[in-house]
Structures are given as structure tokens and as C-alpha cells.
Design a protein around this ligand. Structure first.
Ligand SMILES: N[C@@H](CCC(=O)N[C@@H](CS)C(=O)NCC(=O)O)C(=O)O
Length: 241
């Protein structure tokens, strides 16, 4: 089935909606995708724009075709055409539905937002390392993670959010810090502390972000996340025995 005939099938079910998500991969493993911070970036962008969408929770192999390079979620299917990579998807959403902009008009401010978004993407592996490794490797990763926070604190954040008063691309990029980091720390017993006295602006940003209505109403449940990540760690530990 081609992308467009696949979308036609879904149009029959949701006639007014042309935006879909893939939340499973063709491996037919439920990846606990409902907790994925990458997926939530896309949800936040669509909700901030007021674009209606539907989930494809279909485990069909067809979904694999939509992200055959990385085989990862999220994938956004719009008008039968698939787009992968959460930040690429958010930029696509911004260009397709320009109301309630996620990027400033001014070219310099746009470049600035993109700089911090890229910075966040580039630094993600540092955080994965901090949570996954032990000993010296972990200490190094935690030190680097704290440097990331210092840069955000000193150079990234604006009045309320990265670009001023409203949530934009860079806030969406770093959104995981506000909600996922605490859960990761509880599961792994690793602490990359964002203490109020060390990073007061970052603390305030986390609060502002989580309290924004669209974000508050679209966050995965912490207990479900804890259960999911704990199970994942236990399974990984069993595998490595
Ligand atoms: N850079 C990707 C990362 C997406 C990603 O890592 N997705 C995970 C779920 S959180 C996934 O689908 N993993 C499947 C796998 O690794 O098999 C993005 O921003 O969309």
C-alpha cells in the first residue's frame, strides 16, 4: 500500500483529520512510546497550534516504511506523506500552520532559537551517558550535563521562555528536562541537580513550562513513566547477566 492509500484508509475513520502519528514500530514491540519525550514535542507543537490529529496505534509493518532509516517514533503523516525526526516535524508543523508561531519573525531571533535547539539536540547523548554509565564515565557525563545547564542559565533563557514570553522551538526541544529528568533521576538514582540556588533561571523556566496550559494538559503520567522506565532497566539488567 502506498503512503497515500494508507492515509486514505485513515481518512475513512477520521474524515476531518489529515495528521497522524505512528506510536509503534514495525518491530511490534510496544516501546512505551506514550512516554517518549520526542513524541511529546510533536504533541505540544500540534496542540499549541490547535491542529487536530489522530494516533496511529496500529502495529502494522507499514509504519516501518514511514521511518525506514531510523525505525523510530515519532513519525508524522500529513496528507499521506511521512515526516520523521521530532525537531524536523516541529519545524514542518511551524511552516505548515503558521498561526501561534513557534519561531520569531526576526531572522536573528530565529537563528538564536535554532542555535539553542541544535545545542539541545547535540547535548542529548551527554544526558543518556549520565544515566546509563557508571564510575568515571558517569562523573564526566554529569559534569558535562551541569555545563549544559550553566550555558542555558547564563546565555539561553529569555524573560520567561527561551525566546521571551511564549513557548517556542527551543522550549519544546528542552521540554524533557522539565518533566522527564526527575523520573530518570528516580529510576537511575543519578542526580544531576538543578538546584534553585545554582540555576534559578532554569528552575523558573521548568516551572513556567510545566505550568503552561497546553503543556500541563499534555504530559505523560509520572507513575506510568516510573513503572515503564523501571521495567526497562530491569529487563536490560537481566539481558546483560
Ligand atoms: N532523534 C529522534 C529520536 C526518536 C527516538 O529515539 N525514538 C525512540 C522512542 S523514545 C524509538 O522509537 N526507539 C525505537 C528503537 O530504538 O527501536 C527524534 O527526535 O525523533
Amino acid at each position: 500500500m502506498t503512503g497515500s492509500s494508507f492515509a486514505l484508509t485513515w481518512w475513512a475513520i477520521f474524515p476531518n483529520i489529515s495528521v497522524y502519528f505512528c506510536i509503534y514500530t514495525a518491530s511490534k514491540r510496544n516501546l512505551g512510546s506514550y512516554t517518549s519525550p520526542f513524541l511529546y514535542r510533536v504533541i505540544w507543537a500540534l496542540k499549541l497550534k490547535g491542529v487536530p490529529y489522530a494516533y496511529l496505534s496500529n502495529k502494522s509493518d507499514l509504519l516501518l516504511q514511514y521511518n525506514s532509516v531510523h525505525k523510530k517514533i515519532p513519525v508524522l503523516v500529513h496528507g499521506g506523506k511521512p515526516i520523521a525526526e521530532s525537531i524536523v516535524i516541529v519545524e514542518y508543523i511551524e511552516e505548515t500552520w503558521p498561526d501561534n508561531p513557534l519561531l520569531p519573525k526576526d531572522p536573528y531571533e530565529r537563528a538564536r532559537a535554532r542555535f539553542w535547539t541544535k545545542f539541545g539536540e547535540d547535548k542529548l547523548p551527554t544526558f543518556f551517558e549520565a544515566y546509563r554509565t557508571v564510575g568515571e564515565q558517569q562523573e564526566k557525563a554529569i559534569k558535562e550535563a551541569l555545563e549544559v545547564f550553566k550555558n542555558i542559565e547564563d546565555h539561553g533563557l529569555g524573560e520567561k521562555f527561551f525566546g521571551g514570553d511564549t513557548i517556542g522551538l527551543a522550549d519544546i526541544e528542552f521540554g524533557w528536562i522539565a518533566h522527564w529528568m526527575g523520573v530518570m533521576e528516580e529510576v537511575t538514582s543519578v542526580e544531576i541537580l538543578i538546584e534553585a540556588h545554582t540555576f534559578p533561571r532554569l528552575q523558573a523556566w521548568m516551572k513556567n513550562f510545566k505550568e503552561a496550559r497546553v503543556i500541563k494538559e499534555n504530559l505523560p503520567d509520572c507513575d506510568k513513566m516510573l513503572a515503564y522506565y523501571k521495567r526497562g532497566r530491569e529487563m536490560n539488567a537481566l539481558k546483560s547477566q
